[in-house]
Design a protein around this ligand. Structure first.
Ligand code: EPU
Length: 419
C-alpha cells in the first residue's frame, strides 16, 4: 500500500492540466449497456473507480479495451444481468447498471450497496422510480432483483435531488415506451454530459441541466464517440492548493463555467481567479479571509469540495461555518485536521472553524476520497512532514494528483507503506 509524504511550505507555481471527470465517466461507460456496437471515449481519467466500473461491465460480458487513454466499449453481447456484492461493495456507483440492464435486458440482479464512510446513502429513489416505470423489484439476500415486461414512461418526482438516481432513471427511460418526466432532477454538469451522450446515441432527452428532464423513449440506440468533460472537483482542489500555498498557477482544461459557486467563495476568501488565455490564473493570498459555506446540489457549493475548502478556512483569519446538507457523516477529515492543529468544532451538520496561524505536519489517514484530498492539501500548507496513508482512497478519484502537485513545485512523494 502506498502513502504520500509531503514536506509543506512550498509555493505552487506553474501550469497544470485538469483530467476527465470521474463522475461523468462512470455513468457514461454504463450507458453503453443500452446499445450495440463500439463506443469510443477519450479524456478518460486513469482512476481506480474507472477500473472498477470496467470490472462491473466485463462481468456482464461487455467488451472493454484501452489504448493510450482511449477506451472502446462494446455491449453487443451482454451475457449476464448480475452486479455481484464483491464489486458493488468497492464502489456504490455500480448501482448505475440497474436502470440500463432492466431497460435493455428486462432484468437485473444487483447487490444492494451498503452505507459508506460518508453516510447511509440509500437508493430508495432509484428503486421507486423504476417501479413507477413498471419494473417489479424484490430485495432478497442483499440483492435487488428487478424484472419488467418492458418499461413504460412515467412522471417521477424525486423527494431529494439525487445525481446517480437521476442518471439511472434517465438511462432506463431512454429505451422505455413513451415519455418520462423527471421532476426535481439533479442539474449537475455530469448529468448533462450523460444526456449529451444519450442524445448522440439517438435518445430524445431534453431539459438536462434544469430540474425537469424529459425523455421520449426510443426503440434502440447506437454506438457513439465522445470526449469526457473535465473534472470540476479536481479543478477546485487545485485552486485550493494554490490558495493554501500563496501559489500562482494556471489551470488548463478548467471547466470554469461549471464552478461558479466554488470560484465565488474562493474569491471571497481573497484569492484571485481570472480567465487568462487558454486557462484560469489562480493566485493565493497572504491573508485568507474566513467565508461560510453550505453544501447544496448544483449549482450550489458541491459537497465534493467541502473538505478541501475546510482546510483553507483552517488557516483563515477569523471564524467560519461550513454546513454539510448532503451527507450526514462527511466530516471524517475533521479529526485528522485537528491532529494537524486545526481548531474545528462540530455542531450538528455544521463545522465551526477558528482559523489558526499554522498547521503542523503529522501522520494522517482518511477513509473517503475527498477527505484524503483535504489531508494532502493540509500537508502542502503545514510546517514539517505530513504522511497521508491509505492513498488508495485518493487514487479512486484523482489522476496522479501527487505528480501534478510535484510538477508545480510541491515537495511530495509517493512511497510504499513501511518504507
Ligand atoms: N438519497 C436518498 N435516496 C436515494 C438517493 C439519494 O435519500 O435513493 C440521498 C443521499 O443519501 C444523499 C442525497 O440524496 O443524502 C444526495 O445523494 P446522491 O444520490 O446525489 O449521491 P450519489 O448520486 O450517490 C453522486 C456523486 C458523489 C457526490 C454526490 C452529491 C457519483 C458517482 N457520485 O453520488 O460523488 O458526492 O453525487 O453530489 O456521481 C465523490 O466523487 O467523491 C462523490 C462521493
Amino acid at each position: 500500500m502506498d502513502k504520500i509524504v509531503i514536506r509543506g511550505g512550498e509555493r505552487l507555481i506553474g501550469d497544470v492540466g485538469v483530467s476527465g471527470s470521474k463522475n461523468s465517466t462512470l455513468p457514461i461507460f454504463v450507458s453503453c449497456l443500452l446499445n450495440e456496437g463500439e463506443n469510443v471515449f477519450s479524456n478518460v481519467p486513469d482512476l481506480r473507480d474507472v477500473q472498477t466500473i470496467i470490472k462491473v461491465l466485463r462481468n456482464l460480458g461487455v467488451g472493454v479495451s484501452q489504448e493510450e487513454g482511449v477506451y472502446r466499449i462494446n455491449a453487443t453481447e451482454v451475457s449476464s444481468d448480475e452486479a455481484p456484492y464483491d464489486l458493488v461493495k468497492t464502489m456504490r456507483a455500480s448501482i448505475l447498471v440497474l436502470g440500463p440492464l432492466v431497460a435493455r435486458r428486462k432484468k437485473a440482479t444487483v447487490s444492494l450497496p451498503g452505507g459508506c464512510a460518508i453516510g447511509a446513502r440509500p437508493i430508495n429513489l432509484h428503486l421507486a422510480g423504476l417501479e413507477v416505470m413498471g419494473a417489479k423489484i424484490d430485495l432478497r439476500h442483499g440483492y435487488i432483483e428487478a424484472k419488467s415486461d418492458g418499461l413504460k414512461g412515467a412522471t417521477i418526482s424525486f423527494d431529494t435531488v439525487t445525481v446517480t438516481g437521476t442518471e439511472n432513471l434517465m438511462m432506463a427511460a431512454a429505451l422505455a415506451k413513451g415519455r418520462t418526466v423527471l421532476q426535481n432532477a439533479a442539474m449537475e454538469p455530469e448529468v448533462v454530459d450523460l444526456a449529451n451522450v444519450l442524445n448522440k446515441m439517438g435518445a430524445k432527452v431534453t431539459g438536462a441541466g434544469t430540474n425537469v428532464i424529459e425523455i421520449e423513449g426510443v426503440k434502440s440506440l447506437h454506438a457513439v464517440e465522445h470526449r469526457i468533460i473535465p473534472d470540476r472537483i479536481e479543478a477546485g482542489t487545485l485552486m485550493v492548493a494554490a490558495g493554501l500555498t500563496r501559489g500562482n498557477i494556471k489551470i488548463l482544461q478548467c471547466p470554469f463555467s461549471e464552478m461558479e459557486m466554488v470560484v465565488h467563495k474562493l474569491r471571497e476568501s481573497g484569492m484571485e481567479i481570472e480567465s487568462e488565455g487558454d486557462g484560469i490564473r489562480t493566485v493565493g493570498t497572504k491573508r485568507i479571509r474566513s467565508v461560510d459555506i453550505k453544501t447544496q446540489p448544483y449549482p450550489g457549493f458541491p459537497t465534493d469540495m467541502q473538505a478541501q475548502f475546510m482546510v483553507l478556512m483552517s488557516l483563515a483569519r477569523g471564524l467560519s461555518v461550513i454546513s454539510e446538507t448532503i451527507f450526514e457523516n462527511r466530516f471524517i477529515h475533521v479529526s485528522e485536521l485537528r491532529r494537524m492543529g486545526a481548531d474545528i468544532r462540530i455542531q450538528g451538520d455544521s463545522a465551526i472553524i477558528q482559523g489558526v496561524e499554522s498547521l503542523g505536519g503529522a501522520p494522517v489517514m482518511a477513509t473517503d476520497l475527498r477527505a484524503s484530498a483535504s489531508l494532502v492539501l493540509a500537508g502542502l500548507a503545514a510546517d514539517g512532514v505530513t504522511e497521508v496513508s491509505r492513498v488508495y482512497h485518493l487514487d479512486r478519484g484523482y489522476e496522479a494528483l501527487d505528480k501534478k502537485l510535484a510538477k508545480l513545485g510541491a515537495n511530495i512523494e509517493r512511497v510504499k507503506e513501511g518504507d
